[in-house]
Design a protein around this ligand. Structure first.
Ligand code: 5GP
Length: 212
């Protein structure tokens, strides 16, 4: 069975990533969404083990030391990281594993796994971003401003990503995301082993022919 792909999805805070991830998981069954560990406090309605694994700073640092995280980053004073075991298991089962993570983590993934697919989701404009963050109603004014400040920095690393998806219509965005991931199964880097095998066989053939 073909091993699943590693797919990183990032985007400005307030780009609508959460909704897109939910729709993607509901619409197709070949994806596994990684659940991150974080030291941030749960927001109302967030469930431990589903939205995140909510852990203390000490627990998080133990996970780093025990090499249990594929990557981790500090974001607005909290740690966020991707548990290694789930990712590896799901990829072995042929599932494409989606990591919904911020840019520092995304860049680490790209360094460690060059074949990973990196997708950045953006709203159509800055005004839309601000109103979505305020509309969410879960953040204080201070956190909204911190997140908008961070968005300026994040817009500077975005050229490392393979694709940018503009989210002005959720359904369309989800379909595009699915199509991009599916097409990536046939990227040259994924199929190089087949080409290597064909080359080997052809060379053997050439040798055999020259000995007739
Ligand atoms: P939030 O606090 O809004 O849930 O998440 C803040 C940021 O952390 C988001 O950009 C989210 O994608 C990112 N994030 C969530 N989990 C991880 C993770 O495991 N690793 C990294 N590097 N970022 C994460």
């Amino acid at each position: 069975m073909e091993k699943g792909l590693l797919v990183v999805v990032s985007g400005f805070s307030g780009a609508g990533k959460g909704t897109i991830m939910r729709e993607l998981m509901e619409s197709y069954d070949n994806y596994a969404l990684s659940v991150s560990a974080t030291t941030r406090a749960p927001r109302p309605g967030e469930v431990n083990g589903k939205s995140y694994f909510f852990v203390s700073k000490e627990e998080f640092e133990r996970m780093i030391d025990a090499d249990q995280l594929v990557e981790y980053a500090k974001y607005v004073d909290n740690y966020y990281g991707t548990p290694r075991q789930f990712v590896a298991e799901q990829q072995e089962r042929g599932k494409d594993v989606i990591l919904e993570i911020e840019m520092q983590g995304a860049l680490k993934i790209k360094q460690r796994f060059p074949e990973a697919l990196l997708i950045f989701i953006t709203p159509p404009s800055a005004g839309e971003l601000r109103s979505r963050l305020i509309g969410r109603g879960t953040e204080t004014e201070e956190v909204v401003n911190q997140r908008l400040g961070r968005a300026i920095i994040e817009s500077e690393g975005v050229e490392t990503y393979d694709y940018i998806l503009v989210n002005d219509q959720v359904d369309t965005c989800v379909k595009k995301l699915h199509n991009l991931i599916q097409a990536s199964h046939d990227r040259a880097s994924v199929h190089m082993d087949i080409i290597e095998q064909i080359r080997k066989d052809l060379r053997r053939n050439e040798y055999a022919a020259s000995n007739i």
